[in-house]
Every structure is written in C-alpha cells, then in structure tokens.
Design a binder for this molecule. Structure first.
Ligand SMILES: NC(=O)c1ccc[n+]([C@@H]2O[C@H](COP(=O)([O-])OP(=O)(O)OC[C@H]3O[C@@H](n4cnc5c(N)ncnc54)[C@H](OP(=O)(O)O)[C@@H]3O)[C@@H](O)[C@H]2O)c1
Length: 291
C-alpha cells in the first residue's frame, strides 16, 4: 500500500483515513497528464481532485472524462484543497499568484511544476506557505513513462515519501536537491526528450537519404531507440557499456562507426550543449528571482 498522502503532515487536521484534496491550477498538457495518471492508477480518487483553469473548455472535458471537481476561480480551488499543484506556464506564474497569494494558508502544501522558479522565488511569491515543493516532469508523463525530479523546501523536508507516492504513477520519481543536481536533472531529463528527438531526426533523415520512405524510416528509428532502451531495462544490472559491446565486433561495422563518433568527439559536443542548457536554466532562475 502506498504511503497515505495524509500521513506526511502530522499537524494537519485531516483525519488519518481521509485523502487530502488535491487541486490543480492549470489543466494543460502536464495538469491533464497528472490528473489522468492519479485516477487511472487509483492513487487518488476523482472526488478528491479539484481543478481550475483560465479557460473553460479543458475543465469541462476533464470533468466529463474523469468526474473530477471543477471550480470557477483559483481562489475557490485554494480554499477547497490542502495540496495545490501549480501547473501553469512559467511566464504566467507570477501574474497568476500575485493577486491570490493571501488566499494561501500556512498549512497548504504547494507543488510547483514551473521551470525557472526556484524555491526561493516561490517563497517570495507565497510568503505565508510553509511547505513548498518543486517537481520537474518531462513530456513522457503523458504516457506514464516520465522521469520526475523533485526538491523540497526547508519546511517540507518530511514530504519526500508523499511526493514519491503521489507521482510514481507517472514514472520514475527522483529526489534532487536544488542546485547542481536539480539543474542537471532539468536538462538531462526535463529537456532530455527534446535532445533525444533531435538525434532521432538525424537518424531518420539519414535513412531517408539512403532510400527508405519517411514513414518506414521513422518506424525503424523509433524501434531502434525503443529496442535499445528496453534491452537496457531488461538487463538492468548490465552496464550500458557491456550492452554496447554486444553489438560490436572487432574491426566490424559498428566498431568503425563508433570510432568515428569518438574521433568527432560527439560526447564533447553533447556535454557542451547540456552545459549551455544549464547556463540558460540558471539565467532564467536569476531573471525570475529579480522580477
Ligand atoms: N510540458 C512539459 O514537458 C513540461 C516539462 C517540465 C515542466 N513543465 C511545467 O509544467 C507546467 C505546465 O506546462 P504545460 O506544458 O502543461 O503547459 P500548458 O499546456 O500551456 O498548460 C498551462 C495551463 O495553465 C492555464 N493557465 C494559464 N494561466 C492561468 C491562470 N492564471 N489561472 C488558471 N489557469 C491558467 C492555461 O489555460 P488556457 O486553457 O487558458 O491556456 C493552460 O491550460 C509549466 O510550468 C511547465 O514549466 C512542463
């Protein structure tokens, strides 16, 4: 049985066998993916989920599809819920929170998905809230194959098990304190699917140039990535280097390709690109801290 969501905060007035009410401000891609995963996994019953969104259409759809509670305003959502998940785009976050910050109580648990807003910036926007948590998902959350990193504010240090239980239906949940770890997670897994799709496009284009129809080339590339990833999952105790060695024969075809990749310093190019992305993340965090 998962850790009950209600167990993490002993000071709460919520009874020991009741689920906390969880509210989403924003039901776009990530909000919808999370609501769907919570319900379909049985992690949180629909009647404990609330949602508010700027426009009505998505809310109606979620209510019809999943039977969640929808409310007309963000204030109503905050009043109705003990846990508030902020799932609006980073550029909308400050303008959304500023007028309603006083609605939050010190007992609220606030989970922000927004890239570029440090715990410190969130605390500045929500001075009364004690338990602040950041969660960084990635797009495979929509198919429940995400990597989600999280970090806890200083008054939320006891909430790790709750965060892991709540979000585990979406994929792998990894603690990563703010700073270098959270930044590398933001780039390596948050942005990661973007980098993987870049590589897949090079692969597909090359196969097309050699005569495969685009749809066939795409299928072959996707299956190659998927097959390699599933092999790595199946042989989880085998180092990736050893799985690679199983493809390579001395002076063979793969060996020639790998030698060229190493001569061309593909690793250095990727590391350089990741570091550039980390710099951009730090720059965005600095700008949201100043605003
Ligand atoms: N997608 C990803 O891969 C990913 C990865 C990591 C982190 N995240 C984070 O997840 C968060 C959500 O991203 P997303 O991709 O789900 O964005 P999205 O699809 O654009 O959804 C954002 C939702 O927020 C709603 N919204 C905007 N302002 C609002 C307000 N003042 N009050 C209530 N609702 C409001 C929007 O309503 P409308 O219907 O009116 O547009 C929209 O439905 C972001 O902070 C992002 O950084 C996303």
């Amino acid at each position: 049985m998962p850790h009950d969501i209600e167990m993490a905060n002993e000071s709460s007035s919520v009874g020991p066998r009741e689920w906390r009410k969880i509210g989403f401000i924003g039901t776009g891609h990530m909000g919808q993916a999370m609501i769907q995963a919570f319900i379909e996994s049985g992690r949180v019953p629909a009647n404990k989920i609330y949602a508010a969104n700027r426009s009505d259409g998505k809310l109606k759809k979620m209510q019809e599809q999943f039977g969640i509670n929808v409310v007309a305003t963000n204030e109503q959502l905050i009043d109705s819920c003990e846990i508030v998940i902020i799932a609006v785009k980073p550029q909308d976050l400050a303008a959304m929170l500023e007028p309603i910050a006083s609605t939050f109580l010190p007992s609220h648990i606030v989970i922000s998905l927004a890239a570029g807003f440090s715990l410190r910036s969130l605390q500045r926007l929500l001075p009364d809230v004690k338990a602040l948590i950041r969660v960084m998902p990635n797009t495979p959350a929509t198919i429940r194959r995400a990597v989600l990193g999280y970090c806890l504010g200083k008054d939320a240090s006891g909430y790790g098990p709750m965060v892991e239980d709540l979000f585990s239906p979406l994929g792998l949940v990894v603690p990563a304190p703010e700073g270098e770890l959270f930044q590398s997670l933001t780039v390596g897994t948050g942005s990661g699917p973007g980098f993987v799709f870049e590589l897949m496009q090079y692969w597909q284009e090359w196969m097309e140039e050699h005569g495969f129809a685009p749809n066939v080339a795409r299928q072959m590339v996707v299956q190659t990535f998927l097959g390699a990833a599933e092999l790595a999952v199946k042989h989880k105790d085998v180092p990736l280097h050893d799985l690679q060695d199983r493809v390579v024969s001395k002076k063979g075809v793969t060996a020639a390709g790998l030698q060229s990749m190493r001569e061309l310093e593909i690793e250095r190019a990727l590391r350089y690109s990741f570091e550039k992305a980390v710099l951009r993340d730090a720059e965005i965090e600095r700008s949201t801290a100043r605003d």
